[in-house]
Ligand binder design. Structure first.
Ligand code: HEC
Ligand code: HEC
Ligand code: HEC
Ligand code: HEC
Length: 326
């Protein structure tokens, strides 16, 4: 694949400075957030697991951490990061027009603000299929929509904000974020599937998470790089992660050549083989195509035919933290 070699041999050329676009963190509508207590009454096990994760703890400690204060200061944020500034988008759940911080990163951060779907979700009398259709239409992110639930992680965990990284000194792109290993350790709460026990992922499910993780890593680093304006920490790291993801995917493509979506994802990179700044459109186009291909991949494959990937898949000992209630 010569275009891949080109990607790896690329350099930064033709620096063009453009204004960074407004930073949009998904489409979480604060006016539709109902708060975690509304979920906890039926989902006790899930709530218990959540309370033991950094997603929960960030509510109580993040604003007090010296490191957070330092970053906020460099970003020109005065006062508590719980009340002001852009840190709220990723470190907390916000509610209402005033975007009041009500908890850490919570159920609705990952499954979607619930105001429009909670009453349908609760309606045990409605046939399940109809219920699923209705809640999906109004923004519930159900685990079956595996691409959507996973894309959410990357929106926060790739830290797609140049100033925050270059000026604030915020960690970029979560070092070693990996969908499979990060979703199946301390974060996992699959009690429904496990009939009361926190079920470990099946081999088939691991394969799908593994592939989609690499595809999302590529997609979100393309998106992140698209917004870069200067050759500095942020753009260099985004570019490196992008290349790392492309390498991962090319291994997947070799192992399961019948999955044409993966090859097609790599082909979209032709358009951006010169990894250079000021080329936002091309990077975003490539990211959009990869998104479409990922959605198509998850609708076609349940993992049962992807056994050739097994030697590449990280083992349970590499999961981030310990799952509770297995
Ligand atoms: C009145 C009880 C009740 C409340 C309140 C409730 N749920 Fe559920 N939830 C259930 C039940 C029962 C299931 C089991 C699966 C089903 O029948 O859809 C479920 C399943 C789920 C699933 C998995 C769905 C699937 O298709 O795999 C998610 C995700 C979920 N709930 C999230 C939430 C969130 C987030 C909240 C709060 C905003 C919440 N639930 C509030 C009862 C509830
Ligand atoms: C785009 C999402 C995003 C935004 C916006 C964001 N953060 Fe973070 N932040 C993260 C993620 C994800 C991590 C976890 C990184 C990891 O552990 O892999 C993190 C980690 C941190 C840490 C711990 C890491 C360390 O170096 O000690 C601090 C402190 C922090 N953020 C402060 C802030 C402050 C202050 C702001 C606002 C000025 C902010 N963050 C805005 C996503 C974000
Ligand atoms: C709204 C933003 C947001 C979303 C969505 C999100 N995270 Fe996080 N996550 C964070 C932040 C911020 C931290 C760091 C919290 C801290 O250090 O206080 C974090 C921390 C973590 C940690 C702990 C890391 C450690 O070093 O201990 C894991 C594991 C994790 N996230 C996995 C996931 C997975 C898997 C998903 C998707 C299913 C996800 N996260 C979705 C913002 C987010
Ligand atoms: C960091 C993101 C994140 C947070 C926070 C989160 N979830 Fe989930 N949830 C997921 C992911 C990802 C899955 C699917 C995991 C998989 O496929 O292995 C899931 C699955 C589920 C399921 C289905 C489990 C099954 O056995 O099929 C339910 C129910 C659920 N979540 C409810 C909740 C509730 C209630 C909360 C809040 C207490 C919550 N979630 C918080 C990401 C999250």
């Amino acid at each position: 694949m010569p275009f891949l070699q080109k990607i790896f041999a690329c350099s930064f050329v033709g620096l063009i400075f453009i204004l960074p676009s407004a930073f949009a963190q998904g489409d979480k509508d604060a006016s539709k957030v109902i708060g975690v207590d509304q979920c906890a009454m039926c989902h006790r096990n899930e709530h218990n697991v959540w309370q033991k994760t950094p997603h929960y703890a960030t509510f109580n400690d993040m604003h007090k951490r010296p490191r957070a204060k330092e970053i906020a200061k460099k970003m020109g944020i005065k006062g508590s990061i719980k009340r002001k500034g852009m840190c709220k988008q990723c470190h907390y759940t916000v509610q209402g027009a005033k975007e009041k911080v009500i908890s850490g990163i919570s159920c609705e951060s990952c499954h979607g603000p619930a105001k429009d779907w909670i009453n349908v979700h609760n309606n045990a009398f409605m046939p399940k299929e109809e219920r699923n259709q209705q809640v999906d239409a109004v923004g519930m992110i159900r685990p079956a929509r595996i691409y959507n639930v996973a894309a959410n992680c990357y929106q926060c965990h790739t830290v797609p904000n140049e100033k925050l990284v270059n000026v604030g000194g915020h960690p970029d792109t979560s070092l070693d974020f990996n969908l499979l290993t990060w979703s199946q350790g301390m974060v996992r709460h699959n009690f429904f599937r496990g009939r009361g026990k926190n079920m470990a992922p099946t081999q088939e499910h691991q394969r799908v998470l593994f592939v989609i993780g690499s595809a999302l890593k590529l997609e979100y680093h393309l998106r992140g790089f698209a917004k870069a304006t200067e050759k500095a920490d942020y753009s260099v790291k985004m570019a490196n992660k992008m290349k790392e993801a492309a390498r991962e995917l090319s291994k997947v493509a070799k192992a399961v050549p019948e999955a044409s979506e993966i090859k097609d994802m790599l082909k979209t990179l032709k358009r951006v083989w010169k990894i250079k700044l000021g080329n936002e459109k091309a990077f975003l186009e490539s990211a959009e195509e990869i998104k479409t291909l990922s959605e198509s991949f998850v609708s076609k494959y349940d993992g049962s035919t992807l056994g050739a990937l097994d030697s590449m898949i990280p083992s349970a000992s590499e999961y981030k933290g310990q799952a509770i209630g297995e």
